[in-house]
Design a protein around this ligand. Structure first.
Ligand SMILES: [Zn+2]
Length: 298
């Protein structure tokens, strides 16, 4: 998600890691209802996303230790730049942090933006499952960006299995990657897909490109693929296809309005039965889509 964007149903927190496929685990946490992945191999473990603060990242490490195996986390992958997926990186001091090039480029600015948003409104967000203490921990976190970035694809070799990271274009942000464990058909899609709320269109989203990005990722998914969203319960490829179509519907309405004669202010206010999500949650999508369709002035 982006900042305190979309309210979501109270998380059905799992309180710890649950195995969703052979040595692939997911933990779902109450604060911001965020998912963290864990992939075990012969040469250590990969953690996918790290929660919203260094304190929360340490709690992830505690939950990993609680699995009772001798697990060494050697790699962290950030699915995208947002704080609720990256601010826990600092807790994984022996791991290499991987992310898309654009995450490396925007980490610092995005961190400042979110800290400023919390400073301006540090109040607890019960609908997001966080307390004032959680917000204080976000603001106090010394942010650690990626150590290793990539443009299109990268692979982590765990000895007996690999974990692949794929970039297929912009969507929720300009740096969303899919993390795949090919021998188990599990795919982590970050906030390109959400289950416990509709997709989050923040002021860094790419609404007109998002659906195509999801289509590209879906090529790698089979019917039986378990898709772990950034927020909410694991879904399947059919769910991702439906959400892709909803995002394409949002893009179609934005294009139609931009090519019509109306103003941006009218576009932001006009209801349309084809819009699958509340108009109030689409302000950034409409504004950004409008800009992306406006030719640059020479
Ligand atoms: Zn996000």
């Amino acid at each position: 998600m982006s900042a305190q964007a979309t309210p979501r149903a109270a998380a059905e927190s799992t309180r710890g890691f649950v195995e969703v496929a052979d040595r692939v685990f997911v933990a779902r946490y109450r604060q911001w209802d965020v998912n963290v992945g864990l992939v075990l191999g012969r040469h250590g473990a990969v953690v996918v996303d790290t929660r919203a603060s260094d304190v929360q990242g340490s709690q992830v490490l505690d939950d990993i230790r609680r699995l009772g195996r001798d697990i060494e986390v050697r790699h962290v992958v950030n699915t995208h730049v947002h704080f609720d997926h990256t601010f826990g990186n600092a807790a994984f001091d022996t791991a290499t942090v991987h992310a898309h090039d654009n995450v490396g480029r925007t980490t610092e600015a995005d961190a400042e933006r979110i800290k400023a948003a919390f400073r301006a409104d540090p109040g607890a967000g019960p609908e997001y499952g966080y307390t004032e203490r959680d917000a204080a921990e976000v603001m106090a976190t010394v942010v650690r960006g990626p150590d290793r970035t990539f443009g299109s694809n990268a692979t982590i070799d765990l000895g007996d299995r690999v974990v692949t990271m794929t970039y297929a274009g912009r969507g929720h942000t300009d740096g969303d990657v899919a993390v795949l464990v090919p021998d188990t058909d599990v795919m982590f899609l970050g906030d390109l897909v959400e289950e416990s709320a509709h997709p989050s269109f923040g002021d860094d989203c790419w609404p007109l490109e998002w659906a195509d990005t999801l289509s590209s990722h879906l090529i790698q998914a089979a019917d039986r693929t378990v898709v772990v969203p950034g927020h909410g319960r694991p879904v399947d490829g059919a769910f991702v296809g439906r959400q892709r179509d909803e995002i394409a519907a949002v893009a179609a309405v934005i294009r139609e309005r931009r090519l019509g004669l109306g103003s941006l202010e009218e576009a932001l206010r006009a209801p349309d039965p084809r819009l699958p999500y509340p108009l109030d949650d689409l302000g950034s999508a409409i504004r950004r889509g409008w800009d992306h369709l406006t030719p640059p002035t020479p």
